[in-house]
Every structure is written in structure tokens, then in C-alpha cells.
Design a protein around this ligand. Structure first.
Ligand code: AMP
Ligand code: MN
Ligand code: MN
Length: 327
């Protein structure tokens, strides 16, 4: 952790310690890192006597695999979130627009603290605890709790270990460092049980997901020249099989198995015409840069963007034609 991050850690801890009330938010469509980081800090703050609310932008729905997380009772719908919070902390979120409608609340916050590990976040927040070398936001929250001197109980540990496990792909991605594993070990000692987390997140799914994934795999196309594998998942696929978008977060990990491709692309097509792209790279391609060029964001090896006004086939063709520029 560099000097700059250490300074930010102290500043973030001070802002949080001095607050009686904390308003917490994370990016829309929260993953394990966003939700686990936010709830982990929220539970610790509540234990420290703070009044805590936590939320995220519409659709206000926790993905089924994350519904085991402790601290879900801290969540309030975005409409009930304080309009002008005195102190607001945002997690795993690199720009105001990733907060959905809560971006407006962040704009009016007395003190806005950003806790994140994205590479090139927008310049937002009064206190920016940002470390792009961290594999997860959860590790930064762990450091923040250390700085605050707030105890980590079993529930908090479970939230933070979920954040770390999901963002490191169960410790398999390159961002995983020795310190990541040391923190995970400490969280286990505090009572978190990795097998409980992985069973909830990775080892169970509604049967309908198998059918929807089958449809998406059937449609997959390989672009061998450009090294891209791509497919499309339609909202109709979900409805036909009785599942939600939140059940499909691991589908990209099936697509990316194609060894011929450096880049895997999943285009999720919503009824309203929006297309949410999920992209992964084996290493040769900077999909984060590519996603930013499409108005999205993310990391070098995992990124996304939301587009409108084009068919999924057009969007995929666009990505295929762009990958060369990001190698
Ligand atoms: P996902 O494919 O949804 O798992 O997203 C992978 C990563 O890409 C996330 O961790 C985010 O950092 C980033 N990301 C996904 N969608 C967007 C978006 N619409 N705008 C900015 N960043 C995104
Ligand atoms: Mn995230
Ligand atoms: Mn993250």
C-alpha cells in the first residue's frame, strides 16, 4: 500500500469515525465485492453505534446467490436514501453514473468517501481511498476497519471474504496477491467459512439457469482471427426458464473457457433495448480500455458497458473490430 493510499486510509477513517450517521452505497447491479464491502463496513459501523443505511440504484434487487449475506437488513430502497447525506461512503464504484439514481445523492453529500480499486476512476469524492493494485474493494474495507480499530466479527468477516472471493474468482485471477491470502486467512480466523460462501455463490443455481446457459452456449460464435468468443442472452431466455438476470452472473465464466479466444463477450439483451456487455480477457487484451471506449468501465481483464440503439450482433461485431487496438 503506497503513501498516498495510507494517507487516504487515515482521512477516510476520520470522516467515518466522526459521523453519527452513515449513508452507504455501491454500484448498480451489485456483485459480491460491491455488496460484501458495503455490508461489511455497515455492520461494523452499526456495532460502533452509528446509524447506518445502505442502498444501491434501481433495480433494487439482491442477486439470489448473494442473499445469504449478513447485514441485508441495512438495505433501504434508493427512494428512502438520505437526499443530502452528511457523510456518504461509496464502494466498488468508479464514477457517479455507476451509482444510478444515487449519483444525485452523492453529488449533494457533505463528505463523500470513495472506496474502490478501479484503474481510472472519475475524479469524484472528497476522500478517495482508491488502490488499483488491490484485487477487491473488500481488502480496502479490511484495511479501513483496521485503521478505525473496529472489531471484525463473524458476520463482517463473511461479507468481506465474499467480496474477496468473488472479485478474485476464488483466488485464481492475477490480481490475487500474498496479502490477499493473508487477509482471507484473518477473516477465516474471525469466523468466515469459505465453503459456505462458495457453495452459495458458485455451487448452486436454479435448474432453469442450465437451460438458459444452454441456449446461450448454443448461440456462441468464435471469431478465430480476432481471438474473440461471443454470445447473446435474451430476457426471453430468462422468462422461458423462470430465472432472473441475477442468476446469470457466472455465465461469462463458461463462455471464456474457449481456448481459441483471448476475449470473451456476453451481450445481455434487456426488453427495453439496453445491452449490457460483460467482457473478460485472458491477458493479451485490455478489455477495460475497450469498455471505456464504449462508455463503460472496469479492469484490464474484466470489464463491462451498457449500450443502446444497436442490435446485439452489431455490438459484438463492433467489439470484434476493436480488440486489435487494445492489445
Ligand atoms: P461484469 O461483467 O458485470 O461482472 O463486470 C465486470 C467489471 O466491469 C465490473 O467489476 C465493473 O468494474 C465493470 N463494469 C461492468 N459494467 C459496467 C458499466 N456499465 N460501466 C462501467 N463499468 C462496468
Ligand atoms: Mn464490482
Ligand atoms: Mn470490485
Amino acid at each position: 500500500m503506497g503513501d498516498q493510499v495510507t494517507g487516504a486510509l487515515q482521512a477516510a477513517a476520520e470522516a467515518i469515525r466522526n459521523a453519527d450517521r452513515l449513508a452507504l452505497a455501491c454500484h448498480v447491479g451489485p456483485d459480491g465485492d460491491a455488496l460484501g464491502s458495503m455490508l461489511g463496513l455497515g455492520l461494523a459501523a452499526r456495532n460502533a453505534g452509528k446509524e447506518v443505511v445502505a442502498s444501491f440504484g434501481t433495480p433494487f434487487d439482491v442477486a439470489p446467490p448473494l442473499r445469504f449475506l449478513p447485514g441485508l437488513d441495512l438495505l433501504v430502497p434508493p427512494a428512502d436514501f438520505p437526499e443530502e447525506p452528511a457523510v456518504m461512503v461509496v464502494f466498488d464504484c468508479s464514477s457517479a453514473d455507476r451509482l444510478g439514481e444515487l449519483g444525485a445523492n452523492a453529488g449533494k453529500a457533505g463528505t463523500l468517501v470513495v472506496v474502490d480499486h478501479h484503474v481510472s476512476p472519475d475524479d469524484f469524492g472528497h476522500v478517495a481511498l482508491i488502490d488499483s493494485t488491490s484485487a477487491s474493494t473488500g481488502e480496502l474495507v479490511h484495511a479501513l476497519l483496521g485503521e478505525l480499530g473496529w472489531p471484525i466479527d463473524a458476520g463482517i468477516a463473511e461479507c468481506l471474504l465474499t467480496a474477496i472471493i468473488t472479485d478474485t474468482g476464488r483466488f485464481q485471477y492475477q490480481a490475487t496477491k500474498p496479502e490477499t491470502l493473508r487477509i482471507a486467512a484473518r477473516l477465516m480466523e474471525a469466523g468466515a467459512v469459505p465453503s459456505k460462501i462458495t457453495q452459495n455463490v458458485y455451487e448452486k443455481t436454479p435448474f432453469g439457469y442450465l437451460k438458459a446457459a444452454g441456449a446461450a452456449l448454443e448461440r456462441a460464435t468464435l471469431h478465430p482471427e480476432e481471438g474473440v468468443v461471443a454470445t447473446v442472452l435474451h430476457e426471453d431466455d430468462l422468462e422461458a426458464n423462470g430465472i432472473d438476470w441475477g442468476d446469470t452472473d457466472n455465465l461469462i465464466d463458461l463462455i471464456r473457457l474457449a481456448e481459441e479466444a483471448d476475449v470473451a463477450v456476453l451481450a445481455k439483451v434487456f426488453r427495453d433495448g439496453r445491452i449490457k456487455l460483460s467482457m473478460r480477457s485472458r491477458g493479451a487484451t485490455d478489455v477495460g480500455g475497450l469498455a471505456r471506449a464504449l462508455g463503460g468501465g472496469g479492469h484490464r481483464l474484466a470489464a463491462g458497458a451498457t449500450l443502446t440503439g444497436e442490435t446485439p450482433e452489431e455490438v459484438i461485431q463492433k467489439v470484434v473490430s476493436m480488440v486489435e487496438d487494445y492489445r
